[in-house]
Design a protein. Structure first.
Length: 522
């Protein structure tokens, strides 16, 4: 491997990807969103089946011990790709030097983290006071080298808008990991079932990423490419570290101070809350971020597309979280069993916090796509300071206190984070705030009706299963009616996206019934 920025395989302009997308950018993106939506549904169904099965087979302590190993692994894992993959996606043009340099950097970091993780496994176990964590963390550390090998191919597939291949890879990996995890749990290996799920997912997803891409790295390493990509990636990587803290500091605190059973209950509640978020926001975020990058210079078009995609995202995730908050007592009883009752109140509170978080879910995509990595980092600093303080403040009241303070912190951040994002790119602050809040309000109204109905069913002595079905169904009917009555354009826009206007053209959110948008999409 040559440590140089010159050579026949790395000459400037050689094998250049100038960032041009398929002839129909809009069609490619909408196709990607639809593919992601369909496959995410399948993937999340698999996740739900695996989660429910494992929760039935394992104890809260099993979940907690595995969670201790995985939360530390997730922190180490963010160092595998210091946002160089994101830089490959965001840059207007890249060449072979950029691609191969990213691969070799990630591979080197992954190998280093594996060695460090194995060496530090005893310290991790001592920190949590659980000896079993050491062996679990050794296995998850071995996965660092495997994950590192997927950084470059995953970024290149994303850059190509190869959504179909990416989602097939995701589904296959989730299904394989889940199957192995259930088998391990049935064999009576407890926490190892959770870790085996993670390990199998890493191996299969990395293998498929390479099988689906015709590019292979060359013996090229460019310091110039590393510096150029690093200027963008360092800030995004720092924001990733802070984002990890927002998602994981609570679990570290619970595991360290409240013990494995409490962490198991909290983790199950958190994972249940995350399912609709990952299904909706994850789908839209991963499909539209590359497209935002391609139209970042057309701010009028970008604002229109971003506002509508934000509105559609909240319109889908908000009712899911609101409904889950209402039916949580019955859902936990029916799917998980009464030994997980401790997870009910935290789940409800986390859903309330998730409603607030959904209002800012698209901020990251916008700032990253526009190259505003510095502003993204400052936004995450603000968010992390508030959220981490909330975790610490809620700790004396256990997992309920942490969830309650988290929810309050998320709502406290809605206005300042929206203002910071919109002023950073010159978008309309009030329009942005309104785009999300109106959908959350409709979900809250439907939730209030469903909550009243559930209380009535409880008074009548209806069984938990019946309450779950009836209340969820009522929520869906009420929310659907409110949306059709008060914001019918959302329904119309979804329908037009699904049907498209013709075989050759598709529409992005925000470009419906717009001549200017239609022309710019051609």
């Amino acid at each position: 491997m040559a440590s140089t920025s010159t050579g026949p395989n790395a000459a400037p302009g050689a094998d250049v990807d100038d960032g041009r997308t398929p002839s129909d950018l809009v069609g490619a993106v909408v196709s990607g969103v639809l593919w992601k939506a369909a496959t995410r549904v399948v993937a999340e169904v698999i996740r739900v089946v695996v989660l429910v099965t494992l929760v039935r087979l394992l104890t809260p302590a099993d979940y907690g011990v595995a969670g201790m190993a995985l939360v530390v692994s997730s922190f180490a894992g963010i160092f595998i790709d210091p946002a160089l993959g994101a830089a490959l996606v965001q840059r207007p043009t890249i060449d072979e030097r950029d691609r191969s340099t990213v691969f070799w950097i990630a591979a080197g970091i992954g190998a280093t983290l594996t060695v460090l993780g194995v060496a530090a496994s005893g310290l991790v176990a001592d920190f949590f006071g659980e000896p079993e964590v050491q062996e679990l963390f050794v296995v998850t550390s071995l996965c660092f080298s495997v994950i590192a090998l997927s950084v470059a191919p995953r970024a290149l597939l994303t850059r190509k808008l190869a959504y179909r291949r990416l989602e097939i890879r995701e589904m296959a990996s989730i299904a394989t990991g889940g199957t192995i995890a259930i088998a391990v749990a049935l064999a009576g290996f407890g926490a190892w079932a959770i870790v085996s799920n993670f390990a199998a997912y890493c191996v299969v997803s990395t293998l498929l990423a390479w099988l689906m891409l015709d590019w292979r790295p060359r013996a090229v390493f460019s310091l110039d490419s590393a510096r150029n990509l690093g200027g963008f990636s360092v800030r995004v990587f720092s924001a990733n570290v802070l984002a990890w803290g927002n998602q994981s500091v609570d679990k570290v605190l619970v595991g360290r101070f409240l013990g494995a059973p409490a962490l198991g209950a909290y983790s199950v509640a958190y994972n249940a809350m995350q399912m609709p978020v990952l299904l909706v926001s994850g789908t839209v975020h991963s499909a539209l971020t590359p497209a935002y990058s391609r139209i970042q210079d057309d701010r009028v078009r970008l604002e229109r597309v971003w506002l509508r995609s934000k509105r559609l995202s909240v319109a889908l995730v908000a009712p899911a979280l609101a409904a889950l908050a209402v039916v949580a007592p019955d859902a936990v009883d029916v799917f998980f069993g009464d030994r997980w009752d401790e997870a009910v109140v935290p789940l409800q509170l986390l859903c309330l916090g998730g409603l607030a978080a959904s209002l800012g879910a698209m901020n990251w995509s916008l700032l990253q796509a526009c190259g505003e990595a510095g502003r993204l980092l400052r936004l995450m600093l603000l968010s992390s300071a508030v959220v981490w303080c909330a975790f610490a403040a809620g700790l004396p009241w256990g997992i309920v206190g942490i969830a309650a303070f988290y929810a309050a912190a998320r709502w406290l951040l809605v206005v300042p984070t929206t203002w910071w994002t919109t002023t950073s790119v010159g978008f309309d602050f009030r329009a942005t705030l309104r785009a999300g809040l109106e959908m959350v309000l409709l979900a809250a109204l439907a939730g209030a009706v469903a909550f009243g109905a559930r209380e009535a069913f409880v008074t009548m002595g209806a069984p938990a299963g019946a309450r779950l079905v009836l209340v969820a169904g009522l929520f869906a009917v009420v929310y659907g009616a409110l949306v059709r009555l008060l914001v019918p354009d959302v329904v119309r826009e979804v329908r037009q996206m699904l049907l498209r206007r013709s075989r050759s053209r598709a529409v992005l959110p925000g470009e419906l019934d717009s001549t200017a948008g239609s022309e710019s999409a051609r």
